[in-house]
Design a protein around this ligand. Structure first.
Ligand code: SAH
Ligand code: SF4
Length: 333
């Protein structure tokens, strides 16, 4: 097992079988996390990128079985922040909080047409900040238009590369189309982020190995790994939560195979485990996305329970976040 970790550190490649062995066996987990930490330091350094997250709409046309924003959830107050307010939130995060990247995330909300989004992107780009979008499946032309308007990055998780599992959990959606969207993002020139959920019912270790190989095949510029956290108003209300350790292992292996990419310590990790994000920063992660949705709506963006109460938030001042990062010998950028 140690030899496999050494091989991954020096060659940044592992076969499917080798990935499965490392994911199955837990004897060398601490060596794996330490190796991912070393590779992270060598390739992307000790800086932790802070990206301010604005959740601007919780309307969604999709019905993903795991997500609290799913169309059929009637037990949720739907909101949409208008363009002017979104711009003010971005401006505040950039000029007062000193954040250099903003992430605009939402459900798949058709109110925000290409025209509206491009106008908003152009306006935001008058500020000195990089812009990431995480707004779901769009056409190749739309992705190209966001890029032309000035967007820098886009996040669209594949969720799982197990097609059968995907179809069970994302009714009405099409796995091939999701892959096509990720490829179109890459072609558009946007930095492309993807990722998976760990803990979908029926998900196998073998399929997690395939997920990691999928990230490499794109190749992805960013990877977000989130343990599944069951939401009471969804069909997955009663399934067990995903394993924090397994999610951390998928993340660490991703760092070994894609050494120079950006990997967030996700809020779902913090929700599931005390100091989950710090543990992730020490096992390969180099990004944190503090929530800067400073509105009364924030609590309604409940993809999973506990989301809005945990993770780095503006309630905990940004200087506290920086202190926690510095306490492990790192620094915020
Ligand atoms: N609508 C966009 C962006 C918002 S959802 C999209 O789907 O791409 C962002 C991510 O939240 C999803 O990709 C999914 O992986 C994650 N998510 C949804 N429900 C979750 C749950 N119950 N536990 C953990 N993560 C979840
Ligand atoms: Fe909508 Fe994204 Fe939630 Fe699916 S995961 S229901 S697309 S917000």
């Amino acid at each position: 097992m140690k030899n496999l970790i050494e091989k991954a550190v020096s060659t940044h490649s592992l076969t499917r079988e080798e990935l499965i062995l490392l994911l199955r066996d837990s004897a060398c987990d601490s060596e794996l996390f330490a190796a991912a930490d070393d590779v992270r330091r060598t390739y992307v350094g000790d800086g932790v990128h802070l990206r301010g997250l604005i959740e601007f709409s919780n309307f969604c046309r999709n019905n993903c079985c795991y997500c609290g924003l799913r169309r059929d959830n009637r037990n949720i107050f739907r909101y949409r922040i208008d363009e002017e307010t979104i711009f003010r939130l971005v401006e505040h995060a950039v000029t007062h909080m000193g954040l250099k990247t903003i992430v605009l995330q939402s459900g798949e909300d058709l109110y925000f047409t290409q025209e509206k989004l491009c106008a908003l992107i152009r306006r935001i780009k008058t500020l000195d900040a990089a812009l990431t979008l995480s707004i779901g499946e769009k056409t190749a032309e739309e992705y190209q238009a966001y890029k032309a308007a000035g967007a820098d990055r886009f996040l669209l998780r594949i969720e799982t590369t197990d097609k059968k599992l995907y179809l069970e959990n994302d009714p009405g959606m099409n796995w091939e189309n999701r892959v096509e969207c990720i490829k179109n993002l890459k072609k558009s020139g946007l930095e492309t982020g993807t990722g998976v959920l760990v803990g979908l019912p029926g998900q196998t270790i073998d399929s997690l190995a395939d997920d990691i190989l999928f990230f490499k095949s794109i190749p992805a510029d960013m990877i977000g790994i989130g343990p599944l956290i069951p939401h009471p108003d969804t069909p997955l209300a009663r399934v067990p939560a995903g394993s924090f350790r397994l999610a951390l292992k998928v993340m660490a292996l991703t760092r070994l195979l894609l050494p120079a990419i950006n990997i967030p310590a996700t809020t779902a990790m913090e929700t599931l485990e005390t100091d989950g994000q710090i543990k992730a920063l020490r096992a390969g992660a180099n990004v944190i996305m503090p929530n800067v949705t400073l509105t009364e709506y924030r609590r309604f963006y409940e993809i999973y329970p506990g989301k809005s109460a945990t993770g780095y938030t503006p309630d905990e001042s940004l200087s506290d976040v920086k202190k926690r990062i510095e306490a492990i010998g790192r620094f915020a950028v």
